[in-house]
Each structure stands twice: as structure tokens, then as C-alpha cells.
Write a protein that binds this ligand. Structure first.
Ligand code: ATP
Ligand code: MG
Length: 642
């Protein structure tokens, strides 16, 4: 679904208006339901998921069960469907359109939320969880991106149950889960079956972010973050935000307990705890209906406590004034909080925070620690299911702990775990890489070999062999087929000597040979342009494509050529004589211009002359010869043959 959305109508009913968001597995559009004449949100599954039958089945099942939920704090799912659009099958979920922002955007904008807002939103989210949990649905992907805050301040949780589709029991840290790992529960990170308490942990992480503007754990890779959820103690939220109420802080930290049994028993219990944080106008127990928060004071003091009334109940002024007494208590509480925070943070002034080095290679971890002013000590190695060989699997002190600079951080390095090497034969390098990665191995040295039996680019064999036992992190060398070896055919070298240069080239081609070097040389024996010699002699059997060198003649030596070069001389003489016949002699001259041999001696008549009286003489002479023309014993000048 790209391009002109205006024109797209799904199932002849939902008219796409505009795109409002994009997530990991879907694009979200605002649309109009023509049948019921209302605005809806439509989540359209991205193409790559639409091709996965297994995924689609789960997507449908889960959307259907989510559609059963009906709660003011849950984004209502109205419909699911599929339609062909522009030749492509689209799968979609129709849901309540929430006009507002996501909680993520709100936190990004405001940084830290007030105690009041944290409590308010948390109660609403917990109400949504309570309702879903009672219907046996676990959200599994509670995160601020999945919580919308509408224009009335109502929190609405979206994507109920759908998350279960994308992350199955054995968790793989792929891109689809990347966005969620900041809120993932330890049991979820370990790939265990999760229950309601996992949602409570995630809500704890969301509350932590509302309170501090930060996620409880952060690292530059998702595995690192997941590991921190499993074993690191988060820094107290109140340490980061001293204006966070003590009560809220302890609720958040309790939700973030590693052991699910140390968290609240249920969403209901959490609501009770959160409401204890509030001063209520009336004594009636909290109802499940929407709550309208009313502030006691109109001033902007952050820590002002809020009062809640049920939406269904009328407020009256008398009751509204009552809690004003609370104010001095609130102020005292605030001062106390600030004092405690001051006392808590002061001694930490010069201390530094231990970074996480979990899942880094030993060398990198040591370097990282030393760079930040710590000492590193390798305590021991241990077998590990979770960490590849050579990676840090434990650190002490844990990350986020504040310690003196120069403190030694003890590290436990993973020995990896024993795995059975998979059989890679017949796979290509990409599939092999995936198969190895799955069990914690990787590809080592890669070489190629000809093979008549294994298809080109497929793996012929491997080292270590299939089924051998190795530690995770081991590299597997592979030999890849480059297909069948090309049969080397032979050819017989033809004779090229005495052959004209270009003809020789043609012959070389015809015989399946190639030319390597051509050298040009003078030759007494061969005329210019003829081959003098060939590097492989005639009749030799060689492999097709063999290269051959040639020597080609440039003709005879320069001086010899000049001395002996015979030229045709055309001489035009203007004859001045009255005689009808006359004698023409040409003498060859020596270096001193003295006459030597007679080269030409003939009688001519007037009839031999042209109309202009010119005699054309034609004779052969050697280049550079000097000669003198004599007509009837009179010299007609000295010439040079050129
Ligand atoms: P994930 O793929 O993990 O669920 P996500 O939650 O960020 O990631 P989506 O659930 O696809 O992605 O939602 C994408 C965006 O669409 C949200 O951030 C929100 O801005 C918008 N959105 C989602 N649901 C609605 C809705 N019901 N009404 C209005 N806007 C919505
Ligand atoms: Mg979502």
C-alpha cells in the first residue's frame, strides 16, 4: 500500500484517508468506514508477513480474540479482513481510531511526567491489563508505542494479543522484536512461557520511563539489553528523578523485580497500590469506568496530589474543597523527598557508573572498562547456554552501580556450550550462515573446489564435520563447489613463420590459441610484416587458450636499405638547342662532385620534346646518388636522387 491512498477502498467499505503510522509489521492508516459512517484506524500487514501462512493464521486467531475485548482503555478491534488491491493480497485489522499521541511521543516531548500523570496513566493501563487478563489474554508487548493517549487524557492500549504472533516461545532477537526489548520481562527474554506478570513487568518499565524519561536498561544491542533485564538491577527511578514520589518509586521497582512472584499478584493489586497513592473524594471502591482526574490546586506544582472521582458520579463543590488540607502534607512530603534525594545523591558525586560489558568479547570488555577508569579482572570461565565462547557472561559490580573510580570489575567469561555441528552439505553460503548462527556457530575459512556432483555455489564439505561436538562460537570451515571443472582441450600449434602478421593472428585465433607478446625485429631473411619466429614450434600439442609469442620482421637493416634502395627518377629538362637531334648523358658523381660512371647516354630528337620544349627522362638510380646531366657536352646541372 504505497502511493495514492485516497483511491483505495478495502472490501468496498473502508476508504483509506491517510497513513498515520508505521510499525514493525504493519502500516497504520486512518480510514472511513462507509457502512457505519465512522472514522477507523486500519492496520495493514506488511508484504513480507502476508506471504507467511503460519504467521497469517496466528495473526487472524489473535486478532479475533483481541476483538472480544471491550474496555475504555483498550483500543477496540472492530473487524479483520483481506482484500486484493493492485494485484496484491492485503491483510488488515480495523480498529478504533484514537485521536491523540502515543505515550512514547508524550514522554519524548515532556521528558518526565508528574507523579499525578504517572499514577493516572498507570491506573488506566493497569485497568486495561486487568480486563484482558481476566479474559485470558496476555498482551506481551506493553510499551509506550502501544499506548495511545487521546485528547481527553484517556490511555488506550493497542495491539492486544497481536504481539504473541510476532514473538513465539523461543525468542530470537530479530528485528521484529528489536523495538520491544526495552520493556521485555526477564522470563520473556529467557524465552520462557509468560503469564500476566510479564505484562506487569513491562508496565513497570513503561512507568520507569514515564518517571525518568529513560528506559530502565539501555545498551547498544538488543541482546545486551535483554541480558540486563535478566540480571541487572535497575537504578532506582527516584535517583534519576528526585521529585518522583517514594510510593511510586517503590511500586515501579516492585514491578521490575526479576522474579515474577516478587511483583504484584495481579493487575488488580497494582491498581489498589496505585490508588493508595491517591486521595479519593468518596469512599466507594474504584470502578472500572473511565476516570476523570481533577486537580486540587490549579497551580502547576508538580507534586500536587490528585483526586479521582468516578465518571459516573457527580462532583460537588463541598467535596472538592475538602482535600485542600492535603496541600501542606504534600509540601512537607516534597521537601522530605528533596532532602532524601539530596542526601542520597551527594556521596555519589565523585562516583562513576559501571557500564555493562555483558556479551562483549573479553578484550573489548577489558578495553571498555579501562577506558572508563575501571580495572578489569578475569575471574574465571564458565559454560554457558546463552553466551558465545569468549564473551563476558557475568560482571561484578553490575552495570549502573555507582562506584569509586579505579574499582575492579570482575568478569566471568563464557566457555560457550557444546553444540552438535549441523550438516551444511547442499546448502549455499547464506543458508549455511543462518543454520550455524542458530546454534551459535559461524562460518570460518571458505575455499572453492570443482565438483561434478555438487552444484555450483553449494557446500561440498565442512570442518568440523557434521554431528561433531564443538563449543559455541566455533568457526566452521567450508568448501564450496565452483561447479564441474572445465575440460581442458588440446590444440596443435600451426606454423606461423613466414606468414604475414595479420594472417598469423587469424591462425592463432582459429587454433584456439592466444597471443601474448609480439616483438618487432629487423631481418635479412624475412620481408617487413612477416613472422620471423614463434615461441611454441609448429606441431606442438598445447592446451586450448595457450599463449604464444611472435617475432615479426621490420625488414632489412636501415643503412643497407638506404644504400641500396633503387628509385625511379623522373627528370624534366628544358632543352635549349637549335639542333634537330641532340645527345643526353648522365654522369654519376663522387663525393667531390667529379664525374665517374656514365649512367645514361642516348640521342634524342625534337620529336621527343613536349610542346613546351620539355624532355621527360625516366631512369633508375640508387637513393642519394649525385649526378650531372650533360646535353651535347653542355652541363644541365647537378642533382641528387631522393
Ligand atoms: P509494533 O509493530 O511493534 O506494534 P508499533 O506499535 O510502533 O510497533 P504499530 O502498532 O503498527 O507500531 O503502530 C504504528 C503507529 O500508528 C503508532 O505509533 C501510532 O502512531 C499509530 N496508531 C496505531 N494504532 C492507532 C490507532 N488505533 N489510532 C490512531 N493511530 C494509531
Ligand atoms: Mg503497536
Amino acid at each position: 500500500m504505497r502511493g495514492n491512498m485516497e483511491k483505495i477502498i478495502l472490501d468496498n467499505r473502508y476508504e483509506i484517508i491517510e497513513q498515520v503510522g508505521v510499525g514493525g509489521m504493519a502500516n497504520v492508516y486512518k480510514a472511513k468506514d462507509r457502512l457505519l459512517d465512522r472514522i477507523v484506524a486500519i492496520k495493514v500487514l506488511k508484504d513480507q508477513y502476508a506471504e507467511d501462512d503460519e504467521f497469517l493464521k496466528k495473526f487472524n486467531n489473535e486478532a479475533q480474540s483481541a476483538a472480544k475485548l471491550n474496555h475504555v482503555n483498550i483500543v477496540n478491534v472492530y473487524d479483520i479482513g483481506e482484500d486484493m488491491v493492485l494485484g496484491r493480497k492485503l491483510y488488515y485489522i480495523v480498529m478504533e481510531y484514537v485521536e491523540g499521541t502515543t505515550l512514547k511521543d508524550l514522554i519524548d516531548k515532556e521528558g518526565r511526567l508528574s507523579n499525578h500523570d504517572i499514577t493516572d496513566y498507570s491506573i488506566q493501563i493497569a485497568q486495561a491489563l486487568k480486563s484482558a487478563h481476566e479474559s485470558g489474554i496476555i498482551h506481551r508487548d506493553i510499551k509506550p508505542q502501544n499506548i495511545m493517549i487521546d485528547k481527553y487524557g484517556l490511555a488506550k492500549v493497542t495491539d492486544f494479543g497481536i504481539a504473541r504472533v510476532s514473538s513465539n516461545a523461543t525468542i530470537t532477537y530479530t528485528s521484529s522484536i528489536l523495538g520491544t526489548v526495552h520493556y521485555i520481562s526477564p522470563e520473556q527474554a529467557k524465552g520462557k512461557i509468560v503469564d500476566e506478570k510479564s505484562d506487569l513487568y513491562s508496565l513497570g518499565a513503561v512507568m520507569y520511563e514515564m518517571a525518568t524519561g529513560r528506559v530502565p536498561f539501555d545498551a547498544d544491542n538488543s541482546v545486551g539489553i535483554a541480558v540486563m533485564h535478566i540480571q541487572d538491577k535497575p537504578r532506582d527511578a527516584r535517583e534519576i528523578n528526585p521529585s518522583l514520589s517514594d510510593k511510586l518509586n517503590s511500586i515501579i521497582m516492585k514491578l521490575l523485580e526479576k522474579d515474577p512472584s516478587n511483583r504484584y499478584l495481579s493487575a488488580k493489586d497494582l491498581i489498589t497500590a496505585l490508588e493508595g497513592n491517591l486521595v479519593r473524594v468518596n469512599e466507594t471502591p474504584p470502578s472500572d469506568t473511565a476516570r476523570i482526574p481533577i486537580r486540587v490546586m490549579e497551580d502547576k506544582k508538580e507534586d500536587t496530589e490528585a483526586i479521582y472521582v468516578s465518571a459516573s458520579e457527580d462532583r460537588d463543590d463541598k467535596e472538592k474543597k475538602k482535600p485542600i488540607k492535603v496541600l501542606p502534607i504534600a509540601l512537607v512530603a516534597l521537601l522530605l523527598v528533596l532532602l532524601v534525594a539530596f542526601l542520597l545523591t551527594r556521596p555519589n558525586k565523585d562516583k562513576i557508573e559501571v557500564p555493562t560489558v555483558i556479551n562483549l568479547n573479553q578484550d573489548m570488555a577489558v578495553r571498555e572498562l579501562e577506558k572508563r577508569g575501571f580495572k578489569a579482572n578475569i575471574l574465571r570461565t564458565e559454560e554457558s547456554d546463552e553466551y558465545d565462547k569468549g564473551k563476558v557472561m557475568k560482571q561484578d559490580p553490575n552495570s549502573s552501580v555507582l562506584v569509586e573510580p579505579g574499582t575492579t570489575v570482575n568478569l566471568v567469561i563464557s566457555e560457550g556450550r557444546e553444540v552438535n555441528v549441523v550438516d551444511l552439505s547442499g546448502l549455499n553460503i547464506n543458508n549455511a550462515e543462518e543454520a550455524l548462527k542458530e546454534i551459535g556457530l559461524s562460518i570460518g575459512r571458505t575455499t572453492t573446489e570443482y565438483s561434478d556432483t555438487v552444484e555450483k555455489d553449494m557446500i561440498i564439505r565442512q570442518d568440523p564435520k557434521p554431528d561433531s561436538k564443538v563449543q559455541t562460537g566455533t568457526k566452521v570451515d567450508i568448501v564450496i563447489s565452483s561447479g564441474p571443472e572445465e575440460k581442458i582441450e588440446n590444440t596443435t600449434v600451426p606454423n606461423l613463420v613466414g606468414v604475414e602478421e595479420n594472417t598469423a593472428y587469424d591462425l592463432i585465433n582459429q587454433f584456439g590459441l592466444s597471443i601474448r607478446n609480439v616483438e618487432y625485429k629487423e631481418s635479412e631473411e624475412y620481408e617487413e610484416g612477416l613472422v620471423i619466429s614463434q615461441s611454441i614450434s609448429e606441431g606442438t600439442e598445447v592446451a586450448m587458450g595457450s599463449a604464444i609469442d611472435l617475432v615479426v620482421s621490420t625488414g632489412k637493416k636501415e643503412e643497407e636499405k638506404e644504400e641500396n634502395q633503387v628509385k625511379n627518377v623522373d627528370l624534366r629538362l628544358t632543352i635549349n638547342t637549335e639542333n634537330d637531334t641532340f645527345n643526353v648523358k648522365i654522369y654519376k658523381l663522387d663525393e667531390n662532385k667529379a664525374r665517374t660512371d656514365l649512367m645514361y647516354n642516348e640521342d634524342k630528337s625534337k620529336e621527343d620534346l613536349t610542346e613546351e620544349g620539355i624532355l621527360n627522362l625516366n631512369f633508375k638510380a640508387i637513393l642519394n646518388t649525385n649526378f650531372e646531366v650533360v646535353v651535347d657536352d653542355e652541363s644541365y646541372g647537378v642533382y641528387t636522387v631522393n
